[in-house]
Design a protein around this ligand. Structure first.
Ligand SMILES: [Zn+2]
Length: 247
């Protein structure tokens, strides 16, 4: 018989009776919810690598995506102190590139990352933005940024601790981490309707954060939360956190 409580939470490491299955994917894999911090995650992690190629990215140019890029650029700009003359922004998983393009139009210094190298090159040519062909897990920046931003990226990372650690390293002291991501707090039980389960590859969203688990990660990795904004229409939330130290 299948053991219902085989997993430990990838954020807070709680295990056993603190986990429940909220969605069965196949005979072997399920989404579990940590009843302590609210993270929803896939276990076990022995599925095939999800492919993020040009075809995957080509589907993010819908009118709603264009509108959202504008909203996000506006939001990011609103959190940056006015005394920073030319803010530098690193967008992790740059997607359609439109948010970074708009930030660049505001006079910001913009860098991006994208896992597909040919798509990274395409974006670089299209928007004249430096797009590094790598995963957040492989990010080793020498340069320090005023902002590290991502939209709908961290839920694709099996270990969000690596994401937070590398984002911390890429930020200057006092810099801002801004994350827009699906909200696992909206996953209540097996019957709940959560649109971020409906993905092209069913293993895409392998670790979905709640507000509580994002606060846990902030505390663990040297960030002070500045704001958490719920976005019910998108079933997501928006975290803004400030890097505390340099060491
Ligand atoms: Zn947890």
């Amino acid at each position: 018989m299948k053991d219902l409580f085989i997993s430990s939470c990838p954020v807070c490491a709680h295990t056993g009776k603190d986990q429940s299955i909220v969605r069965v994917i196949d005979e072997k894999h399920s989404f579990y919810k940590c009843l302590f911090c609210g993270t929803v995650y896939i276990s076990p992690l022995d599925f095939a690598d999800v492919v993020y190629d040009e075809k995957y990215n080509s589907e993010f140019y819908r009118p709603s995506d264009v509108r959202k890029a504008g909203l996000m650029a506006h939001k990011i700009a609103s959190y940056i102190p006015e005394n920073i003359q030319k803010p530098s922004v690193l967008e992790i998983g740059i997607g359609n590139g439109l948010t970074s393009f708009l930030l660049q139009a505001l006079g910001y210094i913009v860098f991006g990352t994208e896992v597909c190298s040919s798509y990274a090159e395409e974006l670089r040519k299209k928007y004249n933005i430096a797009v590094l062909p790598l995963r957040i897990e492989d990010l080793k920046m020498v340069e320090k940024f005023d902002v590290v931003y991502s939209s709908h990226v961290i839920e694709h990372c099996p270990d969000p601790h690596i994401y937070f650690r590398n984002a911390w390293t890429a930020l200057r002291k006092g810099g801002l981490l801004i994350i827009d991501t699906p909200n696992a707090s909206l996953v209540r039980n097996l019957s709940s309707e959560f649109k971020h389960f409906s993905t092209r590859d069913k293993f895409e969203h392998c670790c979905i954060l709640s507000e509580k688990s994002s606060l846990y990660l902030c505390k663990k990795h040297g960030f002070k939360p500045v704001a958490i904004v719920n976005q019910p229409f998108y079933q997501s939330f928006f975290l803004v956190a400030r890097k505390l130290n340099n060491d």
